[in-house]
Ligand binder design. Structure first.
Ligand code: PLP
Length: 421
């Protein structure tokens, strides 16, 4: 459920009419609903209660500092995968002891940044990384809290570009080698084991792959405790999928996910950490675009929008589907037409949808891409020198621009011409 609904025939974000925002900000823009973000975060905390737990929002799905502050103020932790994301979490006021650092290629500079600023744990992904972190921590005179991300070799049954838990993926350490690796960590002076980490992929629409992975984590917890390690936290990653179409998809609910975690791991006395991104942010945002032209081609009609693949890359990168709706609601039973919905970028891949049945729209109308909050604005670029897409946050009847569109002047000023040219 989200808070993007029609009222009097006009799409609203909570209590704000989308055309009102468009008039002030111009199109395209992203708009997020504070109530939806809050609700989705709470679904997870409720699903995991009464187990001790921390819900760490995966910043990579939506990294605007205003959104991070909203979630951080509710008590959320943050999952970061770069120094930049770490600094965003800190800028949002999230304390270091609620930030976990994931990612396969943490640099020594990033390790130093997090150790100096405070960190809950590093999720280690390789042996070279583990040795580097021990050295960096030792040089700073501190001990780094760590888990090892184990690769359980399960098939997440999701898109190949977002599956991470098979042995052929670049992520984590093979679970069969985990005991050896933990033994080495225990010998390294700069590291202290606090738990185990696993993350098998994104947009999972079944619980079975999670359960298979968590069963392996359970076995490993017992084995590592037997070896004398202090396994007190289990970081179970993110990955729970969301419905991208209103009709035919029904991924598992956070309640079912929470119940399964309790059933498989609840008796171990561990603090449970999860790292959801998409499920919190995905349906909390829409991308609003204007129609530039309706172009009648041979055998097909094109809807040419002022949003493009540089603003929302998921359709061209993952063949992702986003529902597209007119901001002015079509009357029930009104005619529809099949459109290829495209942007102005000079690439055939700049296509959002093919032969999509849409109500009749005309140049100047507004449309909204639903479920665009996750992996939308964060992946935006200025390809074709299109200014970076702005972001807006709504709460109740208030809205604010939380990232402004740069002017052409600001855009051009970032380049410099060398003196010798
Ligand atoms: C991407 C990622 C997540 C979030 O995945 P979602 O599918 O958005 O929930 C969590 N943890 C790690 C390590 C990730 O790489």
């Amino acid at each position: 459920m989200d808070h993007f609904l029609y009222r009097n025939g006009i799409l609203h974000a909570e209590d704000v009419a989308i055309p009102e925002i468009a008039a002030q900000v111009g199109t395209p823009f992203y708009v997020y609903s504070a109530a939806t973000l809050t609700r989705h975060y709470r679904l997870f905390t409720e699903a995991l209660s009464p187990m001790p737990h921390l819900v760490c929002f995966a910043i990579k799905s939506l990294s605007n500092i205003a959104v991070l502050k909203l979630l951080g103020d509710l008590g959320a932790g943050m999952d970061v995968v770069s120094g930049g994301e770490y600094l965003r979490a800190k800028a949002a006021g999230v304390p270091g002891d609620r930030i976990v650092f994931s990612g396969v290629g943490k640099t020594r500079d990033e390790m130093r940044l997090a150790l100096e600023g405070g960190i809950r744990q590093f999720n280690l992904e390789s042996e070279p990384e583990m040795r580097a972190l021990s050295e960096v921590a030792t040089a700073l005179g501190v001990v780094a809290p760590v888990t090892v991300r184990v690769n359980p070799d399960v098939d997440a049954k999701t898109h190949a570009k977002i599956a991470t838990g098979k042995s052929e993926n670049k992520f984590g350490i093979p679970i069969a080698r985990a005991r050896e690796v933990y033994a080495e960590i225990a010998r390294l002076p700069g590291l202290r084991v606090v738990g185990i980490d696993v993350h098998i992929g994104s947009q999972l629409t079944e619980l079975a792959p999670f359960e298979a992975a968590f069963a392996k984590v359970r076995e490993l917890t017992l084995a590592l405790r037997g070896d004398g390690h202090d396994i007190r936290r289990l970081d179970l990653g993110g990955g729970l999928g969301i419905p991208y179409t209103r009709s035919n998809e029904a991924p598992p609910l956070p309640t079912d996910y929470g119940a399964m975690i309790k059933r498989t791991l609840g008796d171990l006395g561990c603090e449970i950490e999860i790292e959801p991104g998409r499920l919190i942010s995905g349906n909390s945002g829409v991308l609003v675009a204007g129609v530039i032209y309706v172009k009648n081609g041979e055998g097909r009609d094109f809807l040419i929008l002022d949003a493009a693949m540089n603003d929302l890359v998921r359709p061209s990168m993952y063949d992702a589907h986003h529902d597209i709706v007119p901001v002015a609601e079509a009357a029930p039973g009104s005619p529809t037409q099949a459109f290829d919905v495209v942007g102005p970028v000079c690439e055939t891949g700049d296509t959002f949808a093919k032969a999509r049945d849409l109500p009749l729209v005309a140049a100047g109308d507004l449309v909204a891409f639903r479920s665009a909050g996750a992996y939308g604005a964060v992946m935006a670029s200025e390809y074709n020198s299109r200014p970076l897409v702005p972001e807006v946050l709504v709460r109740g009847d208030q809205f604010a621009v939380i990232r402004a569109r740069p002017s052409f002047d600001e855009m051009l000023k970032r380049d410099s011409i060398p003196e010798w040219l």
